[in-house]
Design a protein around this ligand. Structure first.
Ligand code: UD1
Length: 377
């Protein structure tokens, strides 16, 4: 083992369920790997943040950067500015980043330029849509990472096409599904989460999540999606936990009426265990999230993805996911298919078995030993 430990970075909601099993696996066993959590503060609301640490039993962050919101440039720059002195102080052997949010690229960039090794978990996913800020974050983070852990086999093809040495890439499976396996027994029953909404869900319900700028930042797109889901909700009431960005956009465009016309019931952002309960019991899920495409595949629940593409093709090739974009016709056809036949059957992708973080920890021990030996030489 080299002298320094590992700094594990989290910033935004989708990071929390990925870091939870990794921290547990790093700290487990006879030879724990010293690891600290740095929270960038990209997400800071109680519902977007603290609730997840509590639900998932993630150790309190050792270091908080409190970078907060801003434009992409401001947010990324603020994380970088605040992370640099922490890196100088801590002198870790490596940093570990997860996913594709602004905090991921910001910390990876600071570390790479200081010669500190970067480990990227969930590497190699590509939507091939450079209009998505996350795609830029993915491509750049992978380029400057020393060790890349992937969730599905297609990721290696993407990485080698971009000139990344396959020797740096390890297929370990999906840590987010570790979290799902671990927490399923603690999932909050949907009846409890929906109790205050006034929804009659005795005949079942659907779930909607929306937060991508491409869906919520333009009035036409958001209006079209809400009208279409409103149509579906005439048949099946829909629970809609609202991301702060989406709530803001609905208010700004004065679209609240569209929710009231249909049977779409909004909720504040829900914690992980509530969301798990909602997804597990839903007849269908409509989403533009990356993680939810994977979670519905793992749960065997039909998922209609309101995007033109996905960086997670295994959820379509093997799972329950169908990509429909913003087309009203395609969304309604996909919902109809689920109503009539139950939707795609799907199977569980390789290594989505609840043990991905253990594979990472086992591999990382050897990798760190080799790094330590190089340092000593
Ligand atoms: C970020 C990630 C996205 C991820 C999503 C999950 C990037 C580029 N995007 O997008 O990949 O799927 O998180 O939620 O990193 N806000 C609050 N409270 C919070 C956090 C945000 O009110 O705790 C507000 C911000 O002020 C801002 C908006 O929500 O107006 C968006 O937040 P931001 O972190 O910029 O991006 P997300 O859309 O959440």
């Amino acid at each position: 083992m080299p002298k320094g430990g590992i700094l594990c970075i989290v910033g935004a909601r989708p990071n929390f369920m990925k870091i939870a099993p990794i921290m547990k696996a790093l700290r487990a066993g006879a030879a724990p790997i010293p690891a600290k959590i740095v929270h960038t503060g990209q997400h800071y609301d109680e519902a977007m943040n603290k609730q997840f640490f509590a639900d998932l039993g993630i150790p309190h962050p050792d270091i908080n950067l409190e970078a907060g919101s801003g434009s992409h440039a401001v947010q990324t720059a603020e994380v970088m500015r605040r992370f640099e002195p922490v890196l100088d102080q801590e002198q870790p052997s490596a940093i570990l980043v997860v996913g594709d949010v602004n905090s991921t690229i910001a910390c990876a960039l600071v570390a790479a330029k200081k010669g500190v090794a970067v480990i990227h978990v969930e590497a190699g996913l590509r939507s091939f849509d450079r209009g998505m800020p996350e795609e830029i974050n993915r491509v750049l983070t992978d380029q400057i990472s020393d060790l890349l852990y992937t969730t599905e086999r297609a990721a290696l093809t993407n990485l080698t096409r971009e000139g990344i040495d396959p020797a740096r890439v390890q297929f370990v499976g999906n840590v987010m599904i570790d979290t799902l396996h671990h927490n399923l027994k603690h999932a909050v029953p949907a009846a409890q989460t929906l109790a205050d909404t006034g929804m009659d869900f005795s005949q079942g319900f659907g779930v909607l999540t929306l937060h991508r700028p491409s869906n919520v930042d333009h009035e036409e797109s958001l209006r079209g999606l809400l009208e279409t889901v409103g149509q579906i909700s005439q048949r099946l009431p829909v629970a809609f936990p609202l991301h702060p960005r989406t709530r803001g956009r609905i208010e700004h465009f004065k679209l609240e009426g569209l929710l009231a016309q249909g049977r779409i019931f909004t909720l504040p952002p829900v914690g992980y265990l509530h969301m798990l309960g909602l997804m597990r019991e839903a007849k269908l899920v409509l989403t533009d999230s990356g993680g939810i495409q994977e979670e519905t595949t793992a749960l065997g629940v039909p998922c209609i993805t309101l995007r033109e593409n996905t960086e997670r093709p295994v959820t379509v090739d093997e799972g329950t996911n169908i990509i429909v974009g913003q087309s009203r016709k395609k969304i309604l056809a996909a919902a109809e298919e689920i109503f009539t036949s139950g939707g795609k059957a799907g199977r569980i992708p390789e290594y989505w078995d609840g043990h991905a973080a253990e594979r990472i920890a086992a591999h990382l021990r050897g990798w760190l030993d080799a790094l330590g030996a190089r340092e000593a030489a």
